[in-house]
Design a protein around this ligand. Structure first.
Ligand code: SF4
Length: 366
């Protein structure tokens, strides 16, 4: 097991490294190995932040990081929901994209690490069987140096059609592309998009699978419950377009107060607060401003906010009171809390009681 395997755990060599090790996944899971905690984080981050990058990378060894991948696949399989597979594969591909573009740039700049951590573009082409389907624009067969120094490529039509979709935008439609001799012209950034899609497909392949070992499923019961809770909480809710901070539920006031003084919020808390603020009609810039004092990554907050709001303007609900309580985020309960089961319902009721308008249409159960 080496650092490159941990960085690109979906590579065949990484899979082989796990297979050749004496690690028993069943034993790993039943003995609470750190790889299981990292695997859980991997899936939680995928569902809530669109990335599988750890929030505490220094905490995990190369072994934990690599083994967390098969553990995450088991968890996603046990959740057994199409949305979990979709979001997980998307997050693995997004993380891989960030890593390989960083590696390719370092390679171009001559900053490539001398160890076995990073990859070159050619490694990716070989890994996905694309060496014969992608060549530099000048017509020569791709060689290592020429491939990475070139800004435009010709990709075999079949590969282009397999890996891209017109949903990516007008620019990807074949009618808008330069096609000649069964090849499509693409620029370097577009090649990277195709590679991201190749990763997404490989990760999604075979998921969910049947976890035949009952002991594994039993040992992961609590983790699966918590992950299913994250997904179940994402029911569409109506939008509340009224922002009255003094009427926020106590839990959200508490999280806001902590964010305001720069306290580190863990990802459950951050997701809950972001979903709540999105649900009451705050836009992305306003939400980013809420977190300004914290050390949180702005891009991640933007991703999460946009993820919570789909194209049709639908909002996704923050966690229910039960989930908030499970994560110790239900604090300072008051009398109104006794009458509801959801922070959005609390707020809608508070606005009603206060005579505020605009808070209508929540369909969160209360
Ligand atoms: S009961 Fe619900 S609304 Fe009230 S503080 Fe707890 S999580 Fe928030």
């Amino acid at each position: 097991m080496n650092a490159r395997h941990a960085r690109y755990p979906f590579f065949a060599a990484a899979r082989e490294a796990v297979g050749e090790s004496d690690v028993e996944l069943g034993e790993l899971v039943t003995t609470d190995d750190p790889a299981v905690s990292r695997g859980l984080e991997r899936v939680e981050r995928a569902l809530m932040a669109g990335t599988v990058e750890s929030e505490t990378p220094g905490e995990w060894s190369t072994r934990d990081e690599l083994l967390s991948y098969p553990v995450a696949r088991i968890l996603v399989s046990l959740i057994d929901a199409p949305a979990a597979v979709r979001k997980y594969a998307h997050a693995e591909a997004t993380t891989a994209y960030e890593r390989f573009t960083e590696d390719f740039v370092a390679d171009d700049d001559g900053l490539k690490s001398t160890g076995t951590t990073t990859v070159e573009l050619d490694d990716f082409l070989v890994e996905f069987g694309l060496t014969d389907d992608v060549r530099p624009e000048d017509g020569a067969q791709a060689t290592s140096a020429r491939t990475r120094k070139t800004d435009a490529y010709r990709v075999a039509l079949g590969t282009y059609l397999t890996l891209s979709t017109p949903d990516w935008g007008e620019n990807w439609r074949l009618v808008n592309r330069e096609v000649a001799d069964g090849e499509v012209r693409i620029v370097r950034e577009e090649l990277y998009e195709l590679l991201r899609e190749a990763v997404r497909r490989r990760v999604a392949e075979g998921l969910p699978f049947v976890v035949g070992d009952d002991a594994i499923a039993e040992a992961l019961d609590a983790e699966i419950d918590s992950l299913r809770g994250l997904l179940a909480d994402r029911k569409p809710v109506g939008r509340i377009d009224t922002v009255v901070p003094e009427l926020f539920p106590p839990c959200m006031k508490h999280l806001l107060e902590r964010a305001g003084r720069g306290a580190e919020l863990d990802h459950h808390s951050r997701f809950a607060l972001t979903a709540f603020l999105t649900g009451i009609g705050m836009d992305t810039d306003e939400i980013v401003a809420v977190y300004r004092e914290t050390a949180l990554d702005e891009e991640e907050i933007r991703y999460q906010t946009e993820y919570l709001r789909d194209d049709a303007g639908t909002q996704y609900a923050p966690p229910s009171c039960a989930t908030m309580a499970a994560y110790d985020d239900c604090v300072n309960r008051d009398e109104r809390c006794e009458t509801i089961t959801h922070p959005m319902a609390y707020y809608a009721r508070a606005l009603d009681d206060d005579g505020e308008s605009g808070a209508r249409g929540t369909n969160t159960a209360d």
